[in-house]
Design a protein around this ligand. Structure first.
Ligand code: SME
Length: 158
């Protein structure tokens, strides 16, 4: 059986190969959500919230795999909104103990949210991964997902 590190290594290469030369951020976000969701059984909701260009302090749902996600999240609210405000990865072992968590689906028990920056260092989106397991995410997920997000918008105008 593949270890978590091996899965991140494999899926990282798959993602790099699929998005290479693609100029659409949406196509890239959709491909990442799909490949990550296929790679990890424990990922229950996998997708992106995009910074709304018309409301720069608000996230709007982007490509994802999973059950229905809420459409909009203001900066500073919920795990995604806090990540957008802090511009750094947040891991929550138990979402029910996280003040202000936005429960789009009550089956979610833990989550990790990683910021995505564009080529000029502006926040473009956040990657949100939710699991039905408690404490599903650790520093290996942080490293694996941050590596994917770091390269995600290279060569793309957002
Ligand atoms: N978990 C998020 C909300 C989005 S969904 O769960 C799809 C949060 O608290 O930011």
């Amino acid at each position: 059986m593949e270890t978590k590190a091996e899965i991140y290594s494999r899926v990282g290469k798959e993602i790099a190969a699929v998005i290479e030369g693609e100029s659409s951020a949406t196509a890239r976000y959709a491909s990442v959500a799909c490949l990550l969701n296929l790679a990890f059984e424990d990922f229950f909701w996998t997708g992106f919230y995009i910074v709304d260009p018309l409301k720069p302090n608000e996230l709007v749902v982007g490509p994802y795999q999973g059950t229905l996600g809420c459409l909009r999240i203001p900066f500073g609210r919920g795990v995604c909104g806090i990540t957008a405000q802090k511009r750094e990865t947040v891991i929550v072992d138990d979402v029910h103990a996280f003040p202000g968590h936005i429960a789009c689906d009550s089956q979610t028990n833990s989550e990790i949210v990683v910021p995505v920056f564009n080529e000029v260092g502006e926040l473009a989106a956040v990657l949100d991964v939710d699991s039905t397991k408690l404490k599903n995410f650790d520093i290996m997920d942080k490293a694996g997902l941050e590596a994917i997000c770091e390269n995600l918008l290279i060569g793309v105008k957002t």
